[in-house]
Design a binder for this molecule. Structure first.
Ligand SMILES: Nc1ncnc2c1ncn2[C@@H]1O[C@H](COP(=O)(O)OP(=O)(O)O)[C@@H](O)[C@H]1O
Ligand SMILES: [Mg+2]
Length: 308
């Protein structure tokens, strides 16, 4: 097989869509893994079941004809009704939401800059506030890029077991200065022997988001504790808890939604994407999460990873 053919084969095989390549006689030349999984009677070398092309099985075929080396072939996407449409909708909804979220800090930035040109204004203070808006915009863009990296299949799972403690130690160390300024104490309780098959960079993202939240929201005088325990069944529980102001119990279930921010009136800056990212990483590593706590009773985010 030449390079192009091998590349084409790999592209189809690994496609996230249910997609097949048909020859001029409607025989299946190639099928993606997804297609083989979702269509029972699909076989390479055999004709494509005709009712798949007529939409009778609730499949909406999208046909792309092309010619390769003088052979006429067709690429057929066998999406279920709603599959692609729902995905597209999610994507365009997300794009709209991102644009909307960007508009707010940009508008504030513009106002600050305009004010700075007026006589008698405290330019230094205005510039500092403008810089904070730029920081927020940068954070939003970084998080959106990271999420899209995750969605396009960035590896979360490590090839082998990775020690957990050094990553968590580093992460908290880096945040120490900010924590002191916010009056929040950071603690780590983790046996050095604990390992997880999750890439250190990804574990760092999880720990960083959870600790940063406590620094931002828990309030001065509170303590944030990152605890890692191994259960008798071998599953690993990573818990991030603080004894700060918490969120309303009714809001606990929504914390992992994109752009969700509890109590917007609170004078704080953030994107609402941090916990969505945490959820993405933890579930992609095979884990589950839950949030517990209540208003005035702190917040605890528990992530459980199954035994290896
Ligand atoms: N430790 C915490 N204590 C109180 N509220 C929190 C805590 N962590 C998260 N929250 C609430 O959950 C919301 C979502 O958090 P997150 O997804 O990290 O977004 P962001 O921090 O950018 O606002 C925050 O806006 C805040 O209202
Ligand atoms: Mg956050």
């Amino acid at each position: 097989m030449d390079v192009d053919a091998a590349r084409g084969r790999a592209l189809v095989e690994e496609s996230r869509e249910a997609v097949v390549v048909l020859d001029a006689f409607d025989r299946v030349v190639l099928a993606s893994r997804r297609a083989r999984q979702s269509v029972e009677d699909l076989q390479e070398g055999e004709p494509l079941p005709p009712d798949l092309l007529t939409g009778e099985r609730g499949v909406i075929p999208l046909v792309v004809p092309y010619e390769a080396d003088g052979h006429r072939e067709r690429l057929v996407y066998l999406s279920r009704q709603g599959d692609l449409a729902a995905y597209e909708e999610l994507r365009s909804g997300f794009t709209a939401a991102v644009s909307h979220e960007l508009r707010t800090p940009l508008a504030r930035l513009l106002t600050l800059l305009e004010t700075a040109t007026l006589p008698g204004e405290d330019v230094v203070e205005l510039v500092e506030r403008a810089a904070a808006e730029v920081d927020l915009i940068t954070e939003l863009i970084d998080e959106v890029l990271f999420l899209s990296e995750l969605e396009s299949g960035a590896r979360v799972v490590a090839l082998g077991a990775e020690p957990v403690r050094p990553v968590l130690e580093d992460t908290l160390e880096e945040l120490q200065e900010r924590a002191v300024r916010a009056g929040v104490e950071l603690r780590l309780e983790c046996d050095p022997a604990v390992e997880l098959t999750i890439r250190p960079r990804m574990l760092r993202v999880v720990a960083q988001n959870l600790a940063e939240n406590a620094i931002r929201y828990a309030g001065p005088g509170s303590t944030f504790t990152l605890t890692v325990e191994t259960d008798p069944d071998g599953s690993v529980l990573l818990s991030a808890s603080d004894d700060g102001i918490g969120v309303d119990q009714a809001e606990l279930g929504r914390l992992f939604e994109r752009f969700f921010r509890a109590d917007r009136a609170r004078a704080s800056r953030g994107t609402g994407l941090g916990l969505a990212i945490v959820k993405h990483v933890v579930t992609q590593a095979g884990g589950t999460l839950e949030a517990a706590g209540g208003r005035g009773r702190g917040l605890e985010i528990r992530c459980r990873f199954p035994p290896r």
